[in-house]
Design a protein around this ligand. Structure first.
Ligand code: ADP
Ligand code: MG
Length: 481
């Protein structure tokens, strides 16, 4: 059975808990710096390794990042909130508790629009709160040794919790990608999943089709790529479907994604559920933010990917695919906007950017950036083609030269025979026809399909720089003489 067949009998109910590492210079409760991939235990301080007596101090820029996120998802931003201690025992958590937020998160509610099967879904959020990250354990079972790296201990995180409203594993993956995109647009983190800066736990239950009743949920931890978000949820749906279809019950459980075996495995059942013994951290006074500060930070969140998409679909009549390709990153979106603002038709700009320009970046395996080909140069090329000054093929060739050699349109036009008016088409046609006297007489005897042969010869000679219309006009004139 595949997922969609199971979906005919069961509704899928999925809720995600997502952790994003905020790219603040220092950690969330100390001025100790944090960076990815540094010498183990080189970025620590008394607070981040939990020495007795070391006091936490909130990092203002982590708060600002959370405000920006709240604004981007249209959530409610609290000006007053507290931090709480969440207790659990693990070697990578030296204090024995994590500083997090409990009943007063900085952001409540909000939603994230996604596209799935050409339809828009608003994924509702429960909350987003600030917390500190733990250190990292490295287990070496061969030598029976565990190593601990506390660099990450105390790094700033935002945890985003969705309502149980995601209805398909693929939707969960698309939602995760959208969250990363939003985080990148508002510039609070690069959120690379492969570096563990974006992580997700997935909660899943099945419910008899149309019953509206929630079943017992399980939670998968440790999912480390977009692809695996979908695969891990699918694997758990298969497991739950097997149990339920055979009259058995799903037990509340925590699972972990086994990357090597490609399956979610049970880690612990409900009887071992954690009791976090939350209480407000007495070392951190309640926060009371200035309204003017909150307003200022909120105003720094400018246009978001879904706002671009709506505008382009409604006003520019782009297809959903065209719009979502161009909204992928803020750099692409702004580039496209500047080409359209110069007067180029939106569909035309979209085709040149998504097909011709992206091809060049893809060939080099580079991420799009406007330094390679400025929007000014692209606009110039499109205008030259539109005004029949150069052919489409020449336009593509010029684009490639700019991309590869970092030259300007003007320099290329000066150096090469790209402009149609610079080519003496009359004498090229004369010379080709004189070399093909046999074909010419056959053509004159009625073998009209030889026209294609002549066009091919001239195309080769002019390297595709002359439009077919001009070539045909000239050939017709000469051949009818
Ligand atoms: P817990 O107390 O186990 O942490 P929460 O109520 O805090 O559970 O929810 C955690 C996550 O699980 C949220 O993303 C929520 O949307 C999701 N969730 C809650 N109930 C269900 C369910 N029956 N099926 C799937 N997901 C659920
Ligand atoms: Mg939970």
């Amino acid at each position: 059975m595949n997922i969609n067949e199971i979906n005919k009998n069961w509704d899928f109910i999925i809720g995600l808990e997502i952790h994003v590492q905020l790219e603040t210079i220092s950690k969330i409760f100390s001025d100790c710096s944090y960076d990815y991939d540094q010498t183990p235990n080189s970025l620590t301080c008394p607070t981040s390794i939990g020495l007795p007596g070391a006091l936490p101090n909130i990092n203002q820029s982590a708060i600002e990042s959370a405000i920006k996120f709240g604004k981007a998802v249209n959530g409610k931003i609290s000006k007053k909130f507290t931090f709480a201690r969440k207790h659990y025992f693990y070697p990578d958590l030296p204090k024995g508790y994590q500083i997090s937020q409990f009943d007063q998160p900085i952001v409540t509610g909000g939603s994230v629009p996604i596209w799935w099967n050409e339809k828009k879904y608003n994924i509702d959020l429960t909350r987003a709160h600030l917390e500190e990250d733990a250190g990292k354990s490295f287990h070496n079972s061969k030598d029976n040794i565990s190593n601990l790296d506390y660099n990450r201990s105390g790094a700033a995180l935002i945890e985003i919790v969705t309502e149980p409203v995601i209805i398909h594993p693929e939707q969960a993956k698309i939602f995760m990608q959208r969250v990363k995109q939003i985080i990148n647009y508002i510039n609070i983190s690069n959120a690379e999943m492969e570096k563990g800066k974006l992580r997700c736990d997935a909660n899943i239950s099945l419910s008899k089709k149309g019953s509206g009743k929630f079943g017992i949920k399980t939670e998968i931890k440790n999912i480390n790529s977009f692809k695996n978000v979908q695969k891990a949820i699918e694997s758990e749906i298969f497991r739950q479907n097997d149990l339920l279809s055979n009259g058995k019950k799903v037990e509340q459980a925590t699972l972990t994604w086994n990357n090597d075996k490609n399956v979610a495995e049970i880690m612990r059942l409900k009887e071992n559920a954690d009791d976090y013994r939350y209480f407000n951290d007495p070392d951190l006074p309640p926060i009371d933010l200035d309204k003017s500060l909150v307003d200022k930070i909120m105003s720094e969140v400018t246009i978001l990917p879904f706002e671009y998409e709506n505008k382009w679909i409604v006003d520019y009549k782009l297809s959903l695919t065209e719009a979502t390709v161009l909204s992928t990153t803020k750099k692409i979106a702004k580039y496209f906007e500047s080409v359209v603002d110069s007067g180029v038709a939106a569909k035309k700009a979209s085709a040149w950017i998504s097909t011709e320009l992206f091809r060049l970046f893809n060939e080099e395996n580079l991420e799009f950036n406007s330094e390679k080909v400025s929007s000014y140069d692209l606009i110039k090329i499109i205008e030259l083609v539109e005004n029949d000054k150069i052919t489409q093929n020449s336009g593509k060739e010029i684009l490639r030269k700019i991309f590869e050699n970092g030259v300007s349109v003007e320099e290329i036009l000066q150096s090469g025979n790209f402009e149609i008016s610079n080519v003496d088409i009359g004498s090229i046609v004369d010379s080709i026809l004189s070399q093909c006297s046999d074909e010419v007489s056959r053509f004159k005897d009625g073998e009209e399909k030889l026209m294609g042969f002549f066009i091919g010869q001239i195309n080769r000679e002019t390297k595709g720089k002359i439009s077919h219309k001009i070539i045909i006009d000239e050939l017709t004139k000469k051949l009818n003489n």
